[in-house]
Design a protein around this ligand. Sequence first.
Ligand code: IMP
Ligand code: MG
Length: 183
Amino acid sequence: MKNEMEKDILKVLYSEEEIRARVQEMGNALGEQFQGKNPLFLGVLKGSFVFMSDLVRACPVKSDVEFIAVSSYGNGTESSGRVKIVHDIQQDITGRNVIVVEDILDSGNTLAFLKEYFLTKGASAITIVTLLDKPSRRKKAITADYAGFVVPDEFVVGYGLDYGQKYRNLPYIGVLKPEVYAE
Ligand code: IMP
Ligand code: MG
């Protein structure tokens, strides 16, 4: 069956195969760092859900999985700057090694807020893992411990990342055609 989203994509930045290989490398590196440390993978919804599911399977250590849902974007391509918790974590994270899993680190507003939040909730260490890093747009002093790919200042979709809640289910990461924003 033809993929009806394909016609909206200007170019593919990272193919399914490239993503798979990079996620496996990250999983291995996290495995080395966290072996025997029972880390808690904490995914930031909704964008991280695809990356999270691949990353935890690529990381061969005993770990738990948790999610938090935040919103800062509205439905456009610019961050509002305010981070709102839409669905909070459902467990005590006191003393835990928390691996925060994000789709993209852009202005840094979301992760700066969440890092502080998880520390006040008692996490003993926070490791930030992001699939994509867009350092050119950073507003907060925050860096990822692990970043899959450094991306140029373009709005990207796919592999969990959305535009107006769509395109999350594309298996690759691509750039949308400008006319899609204009619609
Ligand atoms: P930050 O708070 O500005 O760092 O933004 C983080 C959130 O903004 C991410 O979790 C994404 O949901 C969203 N975001 C930032 N850049 C993009 C993009 O290029 N495509 C899709 N979503 C993005
Ligand atoms: Mg988003």
